[in-house]
Design a protein around this ligand. Sequence first.
Ligand SMILES: [Zn+2]
Length: 342
Amino acid sequence: MVDAVTNSAAESQLLSPLPWQQSLWARLLDQHQQNRLPHALLICAAAGMGKEQLAIALGQYLLCQQPENGQACGHCKSCLLSDQGTHPDLVRIAPDDVGKPIKVDQIRALVETITRSAQQGGYRVVVLGPAEEMNVNAANALLKVLEEPGDQTLFALYSHRPGRVMATIRSRCQSLSLPVPDTDAACDWLRQQAGFDGEPLEQLRLAGGAPMAALAQALEGQDEQRKTLYQTLKLIATQQLGPTQGSEKLAKLSLAAVLDWWLALVQDTLRYRLTDDADGINTLTAQKLIIGLSRRVNEQQMFEFADRIQQYRVNLMSRNNPNERLLLEDLLIRWGNLTNRR
Ligand SMILES: [Zn+2]
């Protein structure tokens, strides 16, 4: 999962802090006005909370020649460059591909760039993350510039898992923990995003409360895919469909996503059975199915089924190359047995 950067103004790359980052933003601007902004920040939060967007917005603000009302002005020369994503004094470093490390060559090129003076004569900003993805050589190379960054240089690092960032890097950065977005604010924000439809609360909950992740999933059409899964599970639970036909219906979906949604549904069922509280159901689209199942299934078997999904999920992640179709069919057979108890 990544921190997708979005901006409602279509192609503009000039970013603002997100609604749930406002108090942190005010604090950063305050530090800047008092000349107390550190030269290195480590912005920490789970994936999908908007860390990269905050880092870039801060960089663009610092580069702006005439900020207005706590925002980059949007029309100075610097802002126009930022808007096109071509500002020479804002450097972004990220893995070339998802799951790949940030390599030492990338850091060496960065060091070369920033040891020259700022091209627009002001700040230089490096936005780098996820910081835990730097391999040891890359981290060591970065360490040298972090120790002697030069004037008016900001390293805005961000991390999904700060515990995995090399300790010597961490100790040279001021850590900032991004607040978890308030649910209402995050839902409002989701509703305003171009291309978002569906139920914001459900998508937010299924994305672990991370709004950027919820948006990215919605834009990938995952809402429709989830509905296909729930429909299939319901048909099997009511004996209108066999496991083999079920696996055919689900064959085109990402198995990892299917397992995550399925597990959420099973956990919702168990939670509802134990608490009788419909507000605790995250999978809102399948609420009726969940309530119906919670009255029918054997609790112990359902717990075992949840464990099994988790085990299969681990197998899938460990790239043991399990036969995905067989794995899915196995789960659907078990699902049929579990839900057709008399
Ligand atoms: Zn400006």
